[in-house]
Design a protein around this ligand. Sequence first.
Ligand code: SAM
Length: 187
Amino acid sequence: MKTSATARVVMRELHRLRIREDALQIPKAEAEALYDLVLRRKCKLGVEVGTSYGYSALHLGAALEQNGGILHTIDIKKEKFDAARKSFEKAGMSDVIVSHLGDARRVLPAIPGEFDFVFLDADKKQIEQYFDLAWPRIKPGGMLLTDNVTTHPELVPFVQFLHRLPNATSGTLQVGNGVEVTYKKAK
Ligand SMILES: C[S@@+](CC[C@H](N)C(=O)[O-])C[C@H]1O[C@@H](n2cnc3c(N)ncnc32)[C@H](O)[C@@H]1O
């Protein structure tokens, strides 16, 4: 992974947070797979729904940084938003990662632009609402990334829905918690 030594130190610090029950962050292998995917697809504008302490955001941000892009990440919890923002600063990545505090259902519509990807990793009960807001904003050729599809059985109907989307192709990346990658077909 190409990123600064300082950013790698913060990634390692946050990786140790996995033992904290409320961190709920993606495993290392998944973070690295997402980094690769975002880098190779040459994504420039990404949105993450569910920052927590910023572990996944640092990896997504590291890939976007190389592509000359920006990540917007959203969390509803002030304590996590504050902690993540400090980590992004410490990692020297606060110009690449824009943190938002609030409910993604309110914040996401206010983020300008057409997205190369949206990573959904927040409240599973709200997944359809995030989808409704995110999907129209993803550019043709862009992707929706849904976390926890192999760890959370309640997401099965949503994944089936994604497989039936007419203007998309969707498949599961069997890494970490399982990521459903749904590409919006180019027009
Ligand atoms: C699974 S954690 C995110 C982990 C993070 N993506 C990582 O891998 O480092 C889910 C986060 O979503 C946040 N969340 C839950 N509902 C939300 C909402 N409606 N809007 C924004 N954030 C929300 C929670 O506060 C929690 O920090």
